[in-house]
Design a protein around this ligand. Sequence first.
Ligand SMILES: NC(=O)c1ccc[n+]([C@@H]2O[C@H](COP(=O)([O-])OP(=O)(O)OC[C@H]3O[C@@H](n4cnc5c(N)ncnc54)[C@H](OP(=O)(O)O)[C@@H]3O)[C@@H](O)[C@H]2O)c1
Length: 237
Amino acid sequence: MDKVCAVFGGSRGIGRAVARLMAQRGYRLAIVARNLQGARAAAGDLGGDHLAFSCDVSKEHDVQRTFEEIEKTLGHVNFLVNAAGINRDSLLVRTNTEDMLSQLHTNLLGSMLTCKAAVKTMIKQQRGSIVNVGSIIGWKGNAGQSVYSATKGGLVGFSRALAKEVARKEIRVNVVAPGFVHTDMTKDLKEEHLKKSIPLGRFGEPEDVARAVVFLLESPYVTGHVLVVDGGLQLAM
Ligand SMILES: NC(=O)c1ccc[n+]([C@@H]2O[C@H](COP(=O)([O-])OP(=O)(O)OC[C@H]3O[C@@H](n4cnc5c(N)ncnc54)[C@H](OP(=O)(O)O)[C@@H]3O)[C@@H](O)[C@H]2O)c1
């Protein structure tokens, strides 16, 4: 049976590295992002018959339509990675409601919507594996990131509860919680200063996180777990 994996946020950064690793391991990929050109470029780089889809995870009808298209073209989704995410860093008193909602809708509601759509088909298949990409900030907190922290902390509660709901159907749900990783999201950070607080002395690469995501996707006896991939940053926070 085909192994079909949908990677939301697969066009760039961590999601793209996950897609690369999964393609090497024989999965058929659905690369999903808002920007179809970006998703197509990422899917094209993989070689083989992987497909790109445009979808805004914060919009329910978009998510439903995308799952229908994936099923029609690639088949049942049995692996799901939620790596679509945004940040709008600022102190809470300076954060407008629009920025609060866009983070909540993309990072938290978006993963709920994709999980709901995926779990419906996974239940019929009596198997499936989901990895949601959280953040160490969701556990430790960080000044200037209160709303982002809330979305990532919420994702852990959501994932653990869902893991309990679907375990009897042979569906597993786990979270990877990265620290600082070299992607577009972190390109404006002061790396030289920040890396002094990371015990392993460097930012992570998307591939470092991708290895952990694939480990969780493929580990048959692990569910409800939060795997921290942060170079030891949490030890110092
Ligand atoms: N980089 C880090 O240091 C770090 C640390 C901890 C956690 N994380 C988390 O890891 C995940 C991936 O982050 P990254 O650093 O790889 O970010 P990135 O390089 O900015 O990539 C973000 C991806 O998400 C997609 N995306 C954003 N909003 C979307 C939406 N509404 N609907 C569908 N796709 C959307 C983007 O494509 P489009 O723009 O085309 O939609 C892109 O593919 C995020 O959840 C982030 O919070 C990152």
